[in-house]
Design a protein around this ligand. Structure first.
Ligand SMILES: [Zn+2]
Length: 91
């Protein structure tokens, strides 16, 4: 991967920006985890979800997860702040 993409990726200013860069990375030859360190992606708020399993980044209202080769931004639960797929309480 070019250092320009790497610099853009780690210098992302918003979750949306990060997701779009991740979605542009060509993963036809390598798995994405062989190209970038997925556990070192930037995050965009200090209210870290309690459960970060499968959650790669977040801001105050959304989380970022991966489905196949696609990076998807999904709203956090308004009550508990967790990813919807980790929310366990009854609404
Ligand atoms: Zn919840």
């Amino acid at each position: 991967m070019s250092s320009a993409i790497q610099r853009d990726l780690y210098g992302s200013k918003t979750l949306k920006n990060l997701a779009s860069i991740l979605n542009m990375i060509n993963t036809s030859e390598n798995k994405i985890e062989e190209i970038i360190k997925l556990d070192e992606l930037p995050t965009f708020s200090d209210n870290e979800p309690n459960n970060t399993l499968e959650v790669f980044s977040w801001d105050y209202t959304n989380i970022l997860y991966q489905a196949g080769d696609e990076w998807i931004i999904d709203p956090r639960c308004k009550t508990c702040g967790e990813a919807m797929f980790h929310c366990t309480h009854e609404n």
